[in-house]
Design a protein around this ligand. Sequence first.
Ligand SMILES: Cc1cc2nc3c(=O)[nH]c(=O)nc-3n(C[C@H](O)[C@H](O)[C@H](O)COP(=O)(O)O)c2cc1C
Length: 304
Amino acid sequence: MNFAVNIGGIRMKNPVTTASGTFGYGREYAGFVDLNRLGAVVIKGVTLLPRPGNPTPRIAETPAGMLNSIGLENPGVEAVIEKHLPYLARFDVPVIVNIAGDTVDDYVKLASRLDKAPGVAGLEVNISCPNVKKGGLAFGSDPDTAAGVIREVRAATRLPLIAKLSPNVTDISAVAESVAGAGADAVSLINTLLGMVIDVNTGRPALASVMGGLSGPAVRPVAVRMVWQVYRAVNIPIIGMGGITCAEDALQFIMAGASAVAVGMASFVNPRATMEVLEGIEAYMRDNNVGDIKELIGIAHERS
Ligand SMILES: Cc1cc2nc3c(=O)[nH]c(=O)nc-3n(C[C@H](O)[C@H](O)[C@H](O)COP(=O)(O)O)c2cc1C
């Protein structure tokens, strides 16, 4: 059976990756997961300078999911290059670095710095970040602003670029078309859905920063729907994510049009979730005489 997929120039031995921010820098899970078996490792979002993240509480449980407002806590790009990338280089797995910024210039500087760093297979551009120069509206919430970031980053690096799309938009297809036109080699979706929880005992929002991003099984039908729409809109590969806990969940994304899938919050509940998703996809293919994973990508469209 052939499980290999090519995501915009990143060769993966199978379609199972990790969702940024839920798998640390890989080493946190190395006691549970053989990192060599993953299709790729996507690491926590990195910014130019270290960030302490938002004040706590910054996690709240929700039905079938969680709300987070971590605020991109990370040690900054130089520490990631010095400390984390050399560790991951020991494994036979492509490493995708998720980048985040407050301005287009931040993204450009990160891309050109990481272009020169060893051990980077590609960049995932998190355009869900608030654009400081545009009053805090996320880069990814407008097709033109999203394309602007991707175009500038494209000019700054030869690395494969994955645009990570925000679901907090009216028309995700329009954003996908726009970033594809600007030079993205692939898209990944979805990032978290903006949400809020109020603690009725205090009468205050549960999160210190009031709103947060919803992830987990609660968002899965929204994410599958968006992958379906984006598959119809663009010809570049899609990495699907949002509430994947098992192979059946992952297969929904693949059948909707994703060439690869990322396991996010499920790894918090079950640190071996990525391996179980992978083994389940293998079992499904065996049971259904599917010789190549590519035969499954987008098949739900043919049948509807
Ligand atoms: C605690 C936490 C931290 C996250 N950090 C990032 C991040 O740094 N960059 C990013 O693009 N997405 C980040 N995400 C979003 C996930 O990568 C993913 O898009 C989202 O959680 C949906 O997948 P899931 O439902 O499987 O978790 C984070 C999600 C969680 C739960």
